[in-house]
Design a protein around this ligand. Structure first.
Ligand code: HAM
Length: 469
């Protein structure tokens, strides 16, 4: 086999651009967040759903909008060996509507409430808070147009963030209206931007023909300026949509959720109608500019980028998606939180329980072949007794194992030497005083349990560069 150059090897064995490995502290925080989010969602009546990572590419092409960046530039779509055109799911709403129709869920009591969590894929320009493989926690309410469903989704999303300590949450909100009133607004918008055509960037000149609504969330300064006086969707709402939006706002007022009306909030996916929203976290004492163009690839100046907060989540109503997928009228609303953006905030602002990183309280030391062979069995007894343990089975010397135990800050070392292994005993060493006792193994578990009761958490482990022998 041909030898690979060093650079080639490096490229080959690196995770690909925009994807990453998650382990240690980040993994634990993520699991904890998902577990808390599930807890809140379940309490409010949402049931779980998991849809495949691969779907027919057409499902997204027809529902998210053929001219959207997600479909045009970001979808990982390919042909299988069997010739089928499939895509790695860029989002979860269209697959859930597909599942609703495929499984005849309209015959279930309505509305149907789902939560979901998993990986999604978009070939975006990786940058702050933006990955090509990312993790979402989402909620969908299918089968009702009642504004209370919009209120519920936003409320539960905010509660999930508050539950983990992210209190300062601000919701940006807009209503795009139904088919009828949106058509009138769209016409006015096109007429307005035609007049300001010269002021628009190259992409927006194209958008004016294909998808004029997306001009409103272009990041280019000149397009932002041109959008300032653009016709606002809320001014064109029909009586029905106006009443719907009013009731959504009333639900948010009742729930004590802070929101601002944002007439530029059109969102990056075409299936939205009526309510659209995005959720931002404001660091205490700061109010930041929002960056609501999730699917844009342009980058602003470094300074302006830093000032902007990325949306932690977004969503809205998609009353016409059921018609597109299955010729069925399924009014629905939902949202998804970007878990990759939430985790870094938790480190600074989260209410993380101490038990999340339950540090070991006992270090298991083994000396000699017989002890080593008995170790796995004895460690299992300690696990059953719920005693958090650390060990270093591959080390042989007492000194090096005790040094690790001391660095980890455990309260006790349980030492199994050659003699103890033959006698079914174990030495329990108090790491603070150095006092040692030899006990029959069966008694040592109760002994450790009673000693550990009321000890609290050990001190954090010492991190040193010192090499163990
Ligand atoms: P979205 O706004 O595209 O909506 O994504 C929701 C959230 O996922 C964003 O606010 C962001 O936090 C996170 N997110 C999106 N793209 C990335 C990325 N490349 N890297 C990291 N995080 C990202 C949807 O996906 C809709 N399906 C939400 C929805 C549910 N609408 C109705 N129901």
């Amino acid at each position: 086999m041909a030898r690979l150059s060093r650079t080639k090897k490096k490229e080959l064995y690196h995770s690909i651009k925009g994807a990453r490995d998650i382990f240690g502290d980040e993994y634990r925080l993520r699991e904890w967040f998902i577990e808390r989010a599930k807890h809140v969602a379940t309490f409010y009546g949402f049931g779980p759903i998991a849809t495949p990572h691969l779907e027919r590419a057409e499902l997204f092409g027809t529902t998210l909008g053929g001219t959207t960046d997600v479909v045009q530039k970001q979808m990982y779509a390919f042909r299988t060996r069997g010739g089928e055109s499939v895509a790695l799911r860029p989002e979860g709403t269209a697959p859930i509507m597909r599942a609703y129709i495929e499984h005849g869920m309209h015959t279930w009591p309505q509305p149907v409430l789902f939560w979901y969590a998993g990986n999604f894929f978009r070939h975006e320009n990786p940058q702050r808070g933006r990955w090509r493989e990312f993790y979402q926690f989402g909620l969908e309410v299918l089968g009702t147009e009642d504004p209370v469903a919009d209120g519920l989704v936003i409320h539960v999303a905010v509660l999930m963030l508050r539950e983990v300590g992210l209190q300062n949450v601000l919701v940006h909100l807009n209503s795009l209206g139904c088919k009828e009133c949106r058509a009138v607004w769209r016409k006015e918008l096109v007429a307005y931007f035609r007049k300001h055509g010269n002021a628009l960037c190259k992409d927006c000149k194209r958008r004016l023909k294909e998808n004029p609504l997306r001009i409103l969330d272009c990041k280019e300064e000149r397009c932002r300026e041109a959008s300032t006086n653009a016709p606002q969707s809320v001014s064109y709402l029909c009586a029905h949509c106006k009443q719907h939006f009013r009731e959504v706002l009333e639900h948010l007022d009742d729930a004590g959720i802070a929101y601002v009306l944002d007439h530029l909030l059109v969102r990056g996916l075409d299936y939205y109608s009526r309510t659209t929203f995005e959720i931002f976290f404001e660091k205490p004492g700061e109010s930041a500019e929002s960056d609501n163009s999730e699917t844009k690839t342009e980058v602003g100046t470094e300074e302006s980028e830093k000032k902007k907060l990325l949306a932690l989540g977004g969503g809205g109503r998609y009353d016409y998606l059921g018609e597109v997928i299955g010729s069925r009228n399924v009014p629905a609303v939902g949202m998804a939180l970007g878990v990759d953006r939430i985790i870094p905030l938790l480190r600074e602002h989260g209410k993380i329980p101490k038990s999340l990183q339950e540090p070991p309280k006992v270090f298991f030391v083994q000396l000699g072949t017989t002890a080593k062979r008995k170790s796995l069995h004895l460690m299992e007894e300690l696990r059953k007794a719920k005693i958090p343990l650390a060990q270093s089975l591959s080390k042989d010397s007492l000194k090096s194992q005790l040094r690790i135990a001391s660095r980890l800050g455990v309260f006790y070392a349980a030492i199994l030497g050659q003699k103890e292994a033959l006698d079914d005993t174990i030495i329990i060493r108090d790491m603070d005083s150095g006092a040692q006792e030899t006990l029959p193994f069966v008694k040592s578990i109760e002994y450790l349990k009673s000693k550990l009761r009321g000890k609290g958490q050990p001190r954090p482990p010492e991190i040193t560069d010192e090499e163990d022998e």
